[in-house]
Design a protein around this ligand. Structure first.
Ligand code: M6R
Length: 590
């Protein structure tokens, strides 16, 4: 949510505009830039996308110090007035903010009759900087930092010196250096386009950045040592004339190979046999698609694990009372590694002494610092808001992890283990086969696009796939959609079924085929159109045929036609599939 960037170096305006384009996935309703001039700060901001800001910013001449912001609105409507940066009334400070200031109303009240130009929580920081300024900017920033509550990564530009300052708590902030400049940024992958040395700023820290050094302080002003490291090379925004989502779906075969390789290259499950045998419970924690992949992996692994394994939505985990002790294994799944709910849950488990694993697509992300162990899913940069290839790769990593655990606990025979690991090599071709026939999905989309609602149904291991298909469709097509275990419809939802509705029936387990046939009958007899996603045809359904695979791996492939269906339906409805309304790729607020 929101991307922030600050730079000291040559061509600061161009670098900031380029960085904002790379950060646009974090929020795309408005954007702005502030650049330091001799004795004043110049601001350019607008509602709308970065492309619009780039047009307007052509009027700006280059500078050496600049900050920028791309917004996902929390407080205040989408408008130019609510776009960042915000200036202090005397024009001496400009700030950009990612996060939520929970005590902004209280702070605003303290500022009395001061005139605010926006409805945001963020603007109050610019006013506080002016009020607290006694001559030393670092002291001013430290004083203000102690007044703030909530989650924030704030970058401060002032007219006073050639430095940038930042305040960080619970929103990502990376500091970086190249030969020619220094940087502050929300995203390690973005800053790695310039920086060859980076540091992830800890919570409750103030940063003072000059063109060649960074100093870190606790909020009390005590110096803090923070380690720098070499980041993985920054991945460019893919150049494609088409949609990123479709491009990312077509990458799935290759990325599945990489996910398997990355798991073994990373050393797999780094527990001793004794530790593995002592585990008493497992949580798989994530949000949205990442939660669905945890649910899917567990539904399969239940067949071989002799320990309670529960998928939990991260935002619930934080405030509920799930027991954690030293024998609890918690696996935090996050493509970005920056999702606030997932991070908070990981921090909680770590504090309580549990074993923490990050399963992520982003090396050096905050989640990798919050967890003891990391498994990289190897999906490569995912930029479309709708997560696709990361889901399939998460399933490969999680399946291998849970298989390894079973093997160490003695519940997975080596023959089963090696057979499944070997059969994973069939996944890329199976997905390629579906991709080659994507015209069939596109044809079906023509019929689905006019439905009033789409229900996805599946039993056991197919239910999580149904959830993922439904999430994909609703987020990019805006058609109402829900997922149910197939047997559950008759307990209420059947009341909604009529001839305006479509049902997608997922059935990868032949042993449950007859049960699914009955569920299909229940809905077709009430007028619904039914699409089946199965390795065989089902009566009265429009079939999307799946290649035959080991049942433990079927869900990894079954998600692909559903990703394609969501994509083609959204395209036919004229939606902006890569940047759907109201959403952002990385959800860094709770
Ligand atoms: O980066 P994360 O995997 O932690 O993101 C979690 C969810 O926000 C994400 O999967 C979201 O549900 C996607 N937009 C779904 O396509």
């Amino acid at each position: 949510m929101c991307g922030i960037f600050g730079v000291i170096g040559q061509n600061a305006v161009s670098s900031t505009l380029r960085a904002l384009k790379l950060l646009e996935y974090r929020g795309y309703d408005s954007a702005g830039i502030a650049v330091k001039r001799e004795g004043f700060l110049e601001i350019c901001k607008t509602e709308g996308r970065i492309a619009k800001l780039q047009q307007l910013a052509q009027a700006l001449s280059e500078g050496r110090t600049a900050i920028g912001h791309t917004r996902w609105a929390t407080h205040g409507e989408v408008s130019t007035a609510n776009a960042h940066p915000f200036l202090s009334p005397n024009g001496k400070f400009a700030i950009v903010h990612n996060g939520i200031l929970e005590n902004y109303a209280e702070l605003k009240a303290q500022l009395g009759k001061e005139k605010f130009t926006s409805q945001t929580d963020s603007e109050v920081v610019a006013h506080l900087l002016e009020r607290e300024h006694r001559g030393n900017v670092l002291e001013t920033v430290l004083t203000v930092s102690r007044m703030l509550k909530g989650s924030f990564a704030i970058v401060v530009l002032s007219t006073e010196d050639n430095k940038l300052f930042a305040i960080k708590n619970k929103s990502p902030l990376v500091v970086g250096f190249s030969q020619t400049g220094s940087y502050l940024c929300s995203d390690i992958r973005c800053v790695a386009h310039w920086a060859n040395s980076v540091a992830v700023t800890p919570d409750n820290t103030v940063v003072e950045l000059s063109d060649s050094s960074a100093r870190f302080f606790t909020l009390d002003g005590a110096p803090l040592k923070v380690d720098f490291f070499v980041p993985e090379a920054g991945e460019s925004l893919p150049q494609t004339d088409g949609d990123l989502m479709l491009k990312e779906i077509t990458e799935i075969p290759d990325k599945l190979r990489r996910a398997k390789q990355a798991y073994f290259d990373g050393g797999g499950l780094q527990l001793t046999v004794e530790q593995a045998r002592k585990i008493r419970r497992i949580y798989l924690v994530g949000c949205g698609t990442a939660y669905n992949s945890g649910m899917q992996a567990i539904s399969v692994a239940r067949q071989w694990l002799d320990v309670d394994a529960i998928p939990v939505i991260a935002g619930e985990f934080i405030y509920d009372n799930y027991p954690v002790d030293g024998d609890t294994l918690s696996i935090f799944i996050s493509q970005s590694g920056e999702t606030a709910d997932t991070l908070r849950a990981a921090e909680r488990v770590r504090e309580m002494g549990g074993i923490t694993y990050a399963v992520t697509n982003t090396a050096g992300s905050s989640l990798t610092f919050a967890c003891r162990h990391t498994i990289n899913i190897g999906a490569g940069g995912e930029f479309a808001v709708a997560s696709t290839k990361a889901y399939n790769c998460q399933l490969v990593s999680l399946t291998l992890l849970l298989l390894d655990l079973g093997r160490m606990r003695g519940t997975v025979p080596f023959s089963f283990y090696s057979k499944l690991v070997e059969e994973m090599d069939a996944l890329p071709d199976a997905v390629s086969q579906i991709l080659e026939e994507s015209y069939l999905v596109a044809r079906l989309a023509e019929r689905v696009k006019d439905c009033s609602a789409v229900f996805y149904i599946g039993r056991t291991t197919d239910y999580p796939t149904a959830c993922e298909g439904s999430l994909k469709l609703k987020e990019i097509s805006y058609i109402h959609s829900e997922a149910y275990p197939a047997g559950e419809l008759k307990h209420g939802t059947l009341a909604l079924i009529d001839d305006s509705v479509c049902v997608v029936a997922i059935s990868t387990d032949k042993a449950l085929k007859d049960k699914m046939v009955s569920s299909v009958k229940e809905v077709t007899s009430r007028g619904a159109k039914v699409v089946s996603v199965a390795p065989y045809e089902l009566p009265d359904c429009e079939p999307l045929l799946l290649p035959a695979l080991h049942p433990a791996l079927a869900g990894i492939v079954a998600a692909v036609p559903l990703q394609l269906l969501a994509y083609y339906v959204a395209k036919r409805l004229g939606r902006d599939v890569d940047k759907p309304r109201n959403l952002a790729k990385s959800v860094t607020v709770e």
